[in-house]
Design a protein. Structure first.
Ligand code: ACM
Length: 271
């Protein structure tokens, strides 16, 4: 199957322009699966709560969800992309959608919020879910979720072959860390990151680190974009490669875990 990533530079607050830019860059691209960055339609470094509220959308009845479903239908493929979701009670989530040609398949609310996201968003309640689409079994995680290896592990334990990973990375470590996540779990990971610098009126700024990539279950980066340019990257993968968890004839990656010793990992830390 053909897996495609878009690395873009969203304009903060300009949803129409950001959707139009994505429509234009993928117009002639054939894909089975497309991954777009976290918050690709709104931008990331918000100035105030009111702005985030104004940019938020209900799912599935908002313009970004409709755009993604239209694009999935036009390309006869699946898409995973991030957006500001407005929940039923008005609470805001940093979410990722999974859509296909016939509509919305799943919505994942980011579990591990980064930096000022904590001012705007409620953390997701889970569960971490795997979707069997026939062409692949996929799970979603968003950006900073990479810092918590449990996220990728749980998706792998639930059978994911591909980790779909919309991102707006500002730290430089994640791209290398995702190589480790793939080795730890023998899964593919598709990280679609953004580029550019967002500056607030008070002068605070964030620079995003690009280097969108697809990593194989063997920990090989099958493609990687530059750190500062827009990109559309495609790679052909065989998702079933992720089903082989036998590291040597003696070592099975998941069955050899010593879960009887792992209690501290599932307990809340007191420090
Ligand atoms: C991030 O989670 N957007 C760094």
């Amino acid at each position: 199957m053909r897996l495609t990533l878009v690395q873009s530079k969203p304009q903060l607050g300009d949803v129409a322009a950001n959707l139009a830019a994505i429509r234009s860059v993928v117009e002639d691209v054939e894909f089975d699966f497309l991954v777009l960055p976290e918050l690709f339609a709104t931008g990331y470094f918000f100035h105030e709560l009111r702005q985030v509220q104004e940019l938020s959308e209900p799912v599935p009845d908002g313009p970004t969800t409709r755009f993604l479903i239209d694009q999935a239908a036009a390309h006869a493929g699946y898409i995973c992309a991030g957006l500001v979701e407005r929940g039923d009670g008005g609470q805001l989530y940093n979410s990722a959608l999974l859509v296909g040609p016939t509509g919305l398949i799943g919505c994942y609310r980011k579990l591990h919020l980064f930096f000022e996201e904590k001012l705007w968003f409620a953390p997701g309640e889970g569960p971490l879910q795997v979707y069997d689409l026939g062409i692949a079994r996929v799970g979603m995680m968003i950006c900073f979720d990479w810092r918590y290896p449990e996220t990728a592990r749980i998706l792998a334990l639930r059978g994911a072959q591909i980790l779909l990973h919309p991102a707006n990375l500002v730290e430089p470590y994640c791209q290398d860390a995702m190589v480790t996540r793939c080795l730890e779990n023998r899964v593919f990971a598709a990280t679609a990151n953004r580029i550019g610098t967002d500056t607030k009126p008070n002068g605070a700024s964030l620079t995003f680190t690009g280097r969108s990539q697809v990593v194989s279950p063997q920990g090989v980066a099958l493609c990687q974009a530059s750190e500062d340019g827009p990109a559309v990257l495609s790679v052909d993968i065989t998702p079933e490669e992720a089903d082989d968890k036998q590291v040597t004839e003696y070592n099975h990656l998941l069955r050899d875990r010593r879960t009887e010793l792992y209690d501290p990992i599932i307990g809340k830390t007191t420090q």
